[in-house]
Design a protein around this ligand. Structure first.
Ligand code: S3P
Length: 181
């Protein structure tokens, strides 16, 4: 049977507030494929909240847990994975995602992101940060996000519309021969 995604797994990347988790849930509803939120998996595996991990051990340790959680999903099973905004910073994460499926960048404007991030509660790299520093972080990551296999604009669209757009784009990535099967 043809894979509903046209690939093994989908990895949603993008800055905080891009809507990765809600779009992953919408994709899961549409395809029946399990969705996994990488941050929730880290919390489950480590037994601490994300702010606690940052506060007690620092960002580097969080990044190691993040890479380990991502690697734990490399079992050949099909999934829709909502990653954290900083997953793109490590080359081994790219290798891992590339081996398992297609990487989709949920692109959103700064205005939309900052409105959704709000006070940054639960997001250690956003809470209590000056806007300018957060904007610098976003800008420094843009070239990394743009390495994705697919780029989908997520501004002012419902999660369902974005999910449909992603599925169509995935289908179009397949050869006409594969699509007719
Ligand atoms: C982070 C984003 C967060 C979370 C952690 C670090 C980042 O996930 O992984 O706070 O570096 O951008 P979301 O993108 O889901 O907020």
């Amino acid at each position: 049977m043809r894979e509903p995604l046209g690939c093994k797994s989908l990895f949603l990347i993008g800055f905080m507030g891009a809507g990765k988790s809600t779009v992953a849930a919408a994709l899961s509803r549409l395809t029946g494929i399990e969705c996994v939120d990488l941050d929730s998996l880290i919390v489950q595996q480590v037994g601490m909240s994300i702010p606690e991990i940052f506060c007690h051990f620092g960002e580097e340790t969080f990044r190691r847990h993040e890479a380990a959680a991502l690697a734990s999903l490399a079992d050949g099973q099909s999934r829709i994975v909502a990653t954290g905004g900083g997953v793109v910073g490590r080359e081994d994460n790219w290798t891992c995602m590339g081996r398992q499926g297609v990487v989709v960048y949920l692109q959103a404007s700064w205005e939309v992101l900052i409105e959704r991030i709000g006070s940054g509660e639960g997001r250690p790299l956003a809470s209590g940060q000056e806007r300018e520093r957060l904007m610098n972080l976003w800008q420094s990551r843009l070239p990394l996000y743009e390495r994705a296999d697919l780029i989908v604009n997520a501004d002012h669209k419902s999660p369902e519309d974005i999910a449909h757009q992603i599925l169509t784009a995935c289908a179009n990535r397949r050869s006409p021969d594969e699509q007719s099967r």
